[in-house]
Design a protein around this ligand. Structure first.
Ligand SMILES: [Zn+2]
Length: 754
């Protein structure tokens, strides 16, 4: 069968890209794609021909097409004979003819679709075929083309934490399908943690009876102490685990189970308190973070217990790796524990980090004896890396680089940009963990660090995105955090570096989103969020300027108390209140999240303003205009884009109202946060003038209100044109305060003239 390959390679080099059809939007981008004239029409008469090695592929394709594309294809066995295959028409032929790992050829002409390659390769070729289907179901026309493809990395992972929140096997299967649709091949199943033990262990039934249930769950941001007061639990039986493993293997996906040790073990400790240093009592945690309690590393019964657990885990999971966690293990209890200290003495371990190394190496030895390898978070390098361990580098790439230099296998999974619990939008309105990892951040990630020598790079097996579910208590939220970043991830892991191009990826996004709609996937539309800023050109008017990445769609804006309107240029802001904007397609369907901005219009808004000194470069925002742009910081920490900061300086500012006006009062918004070296001004003086030269100072002192968001208010009750505000800095930060002896900051926000 080898001659098929040679023939196709010749074809690829002959075809050119001279056709004017729209470009196929395959995610991830294949190695080579040559488009030809014409289409293959998939219809009710199309037959899927399969062989013994492509049963899984056929079993995925036929129901997927029926569910999402409303077409029910018949299937037939073929005997692999090229003469028979060549004579078939109106068919999709699945044909294993190579042992080349994960490689495939996809050949589409007007009469048939042929997918050839290794067993897994044929499955991936079928995924590319799915990607080529139109989203308009009225006719399933697929462009004629030839693709040759193979992955860049052998490890293409996605993780799911089922401890913080539990997901039923119906969703785990859906999640595995998401991996399959993106040609990922490893599912990292985070099965145990402080907040719940989620896998049945027959020898230790309390692990699930006690350890899978917590009394309540934190619902506000970390540290908010807001709980839901509801019991929460769930676990998988070993029968269910086997069902999932089978399901994944039919999709060429390996599963790595993670059994956390010696930290993140509160659920196990609550079930069997003898595992801890001070023997409890312990409880299944209701909040997040790193607990002081860990498994006792000094007591041999801990090791025996976990070996017994692994005796049930190892035969269940066929893949070569067992993940043993190893991260964020507090050493607090070990320092106080007689058994742990004795263990250190008897093994000549110089500190608790070496005790952690001892723990991991001892467990590794046991797992190696059972014919498996360990993988762990980069803290497993503490106290010396276990001899055969693979490392998941999550605290940046440093751990992965160090491990690769020691010739250990590495999976890159740095928090930035591969933690999908982080928000993907600055406009995010749901609670999320961590910082910002945008679609572009994910796309531009390269798992091979520049600092590695060429001969060290093969130790980087690939990368993985992690889905920690502290703030994902439902399936829709998981999908929302995953999509469309999983598309970017699949290009990071599959597409050859030379073929990766963010601009080309962006061109595919409208098609990708149309597919998500068709496949009924809940996804984030943050990519299309409108960018906004205020235009203030000293004319006495301000405008809200909205910019869309999608020029084909329309921007809708809603002013306070008005109906939504399509806008084609910057929106004049004529009244106070909340303005909203959103991007919609021609069918009025939202393409972005809604953004909003509240404006406070007053007599100073948009008027010329000057400063006696420039603000500090770090907090310069849009210069003096920022103080009369109609936007106020109402609560909490300031967005630095909306404040002017002055470091140690006094500042005078002057506003020209452009005509004499009746003034009742003037307000200055400021901010105080002493921990950040930001102090309220020592003195604020308000003055007014008819000519801009001779200023009158009002006899009364201004009133001050607010705690951190401060408002200085001066009653004027006079007719005037020019206003001057003189602001004095306290100078140096006083003794016994953070930053004592340094210059104090003054932060200024909006000025209002009423
Ligand atoms: Zn101990």
């Amino acid at each position: 069968m080898y001659r098929f390959f040679i023939l196709w390679i010749l074809c690829i080099s002959v075809f050119t890209n001279g056709f004017s059809q729209s470009k196929p939007a395959i995610i991830p981008t294949p190695i080579s794609l040559t488009q030809k004239d014409g289409y293959f029409n998939m219809n009710d008469e199309t037959i899927v021909y399969y062989d013994s090695a492509s049963i899984n592929t056929k079993n995925f394709l036929v129901p997927f097409l029926q569910e999402n594309y409303k077409i029910k294809l018949k299937s037939k066995w073929h005997n692999g004979n090229p003469t028979q295959i060549n004579s078939i028409s109106n068919a999709i032929i699945l044909h294993q003819n190579s042992s080349l790992k994960e490689t495939y050829f996809l050949h589409i002409d007007k009469s048939k679709v042929t997918i050839e390659g290794s067993e897994a390769g044929v499955f991936y070729g079928m995924q590319s075929l799915i990607q080529l289907l139109p989203t308009n179901l009225s006719s399933l026309k697929i462009p004629c083309l030839t693709i040759y493809d193979a992955p860049r990395f052998s490890y293409r992972g996605l993780h799911l934490d089922v401890s913080r929140h539990f997901f039923p096997i119906t969703f785990i299967k859906r999640y595995i399908d998401f991996l399959a649709l993106h040609k990922l091949n490893t599912f990292h199943w985070h099965l145990t943690d402080d907040q719940g033990w989620r896998i049945e262990i027959k020898k230790y039934p309390l692990l699930t009876k006690i350890g899978s249930v917590r009394n309540q769950t934190l619902i506000g941001p970390y540290g908010s102490n807001k709980y839901d007061g509801k019991k929460y639990g769930g676990f998988y039986t070993q029968t269910q685990i086997k069902e999932i493993i089978q399901y994944a293997s039919e999709r060429y996906i390996n599963i790595i189970p993670e059994i956390e040790m010696p930290g993140h073990s509160q659920a196990a400790l609550a079930s069997y308190p003898f595992l801890g240093c001070n023997k409890g009592p312990y409880k299944v945690l209701e909040t997040w973070g790193v607990a002081d309690d860990a498994l006792c590393a000094g007591n041999d019964s801990t090791y025996q217990f976990y070996q017994n657990v692994l005796d049930e885990i190892i035969p269940l999971f066929p893949y070569q790796y067992i993940h043993i966690g190893g991260d964020e293990c507090a050493k607090t209890r070990w320092k106080e524990c007689k058994d742990c200290q004795n263990k250190m003495k008897s093994n000549n371990l110089k500190d608790e980090h070496e005790l952690q190394g001892y723990f991991i190496k001892r467990m590794e030895k046991y797992i190696n004896q059972k014919g498996k390898k360990i993988i762990g978070w980069d803290e497993i390098m503490e106290g010396g890396l276990a001899p055969n361990a693979a490392v998941m580098s999550w605290r940046g790439e440093e751990g992965g680089i160090a491990a690769a230099k020691q010739q250990h296998e590495v999976v890159m999974t740095p928090g930035k940009p591969l933690y999908f619990d982080h928000t993907q939008s600055i406009n995010e309105d749901s609670v999320t963990q961590g910082g910002l990892n945008t679609l572009k951040d994910v796309y531009n990630y390269n798992p091979i660090p520049e600092s590695l020598m060429l001969h060290e790079t093969p130790y980087i097996l690939g990368a993985q995105a992690n889905m920690w579910t502290e703030y994902m208590d439902n399936e829709k939220k998981v999908e929302y955090m995953l999509f469309p970043r999983i598309a970017a991830l699949s290009e990071v892991l599959w597409t050859k570096l030379d073929n990766k191009n963010y601009n080309k990826f962006e061109e595919k996004i409208p098609t990708i989103f149309a597919k998500y709609d068709l496949w009924k996937i809940n996804y984030s539309k943050a990519y299309f969020d409108l960018e906004s800023h205020v235009i203030n050109n000293d004319s006495g008017k301000i405008f809200w300027h909205l910019i869309s990445k999608n020029k084909l769609s329309k921007i809708y804006c809603k002013a306070p108390n008005q109906s939504e309107k399509v806008i084609s240029q910057a929106v004049p802001i004529t009244q106070s209140g909340e303005y909203k904007a959103i991007l919609k397609d021609e069918k009025n369907k939202p393409l972005s999240s809604e953004i909003s901005q509240t404006f406070f219009i007053n007599k100073a808004t948009g008027k010329p303003i000057s400063l006696s000194v420039s603000p500090n470069k770090s907090y310069a925002a849009d210069g003096a205009k920022t103080l009369v742009d109609g936007i106020q910081n109402k609560m909490g920490m300031p967005k630095s884009a909306q404040f002017l900061g002055f470091w140690g300086d006094d500042v005078d500012l002057t506003i020209d109202l452009q005509e004499e006006m009746n003034i009742d009062s003037i307000l200055l918004h400021s901010f105080e946060q002493r921990a950040s070296w930001i102090y309220r001004p020592k003195e604020v003086t308000f003055m007014y003038s008819d000519d801009g030269i001779n200023f009158i100072q009002h006899a009364e002192k201004p009133q001050i209100s607010g705690i951190s968001n401060l408002i200085y208010r001066q009653k004027i009750a006079s007719k005037t044109r020019f206003i001057k505000i003189s602001i004095k800095n306290i100078g140096l930060i006083p003794e016994n305060n953070p930053g004592a002896g340094n210059n104090a900051w003054i932060f200024l926000d909006e000025i209002e003239v009423k």
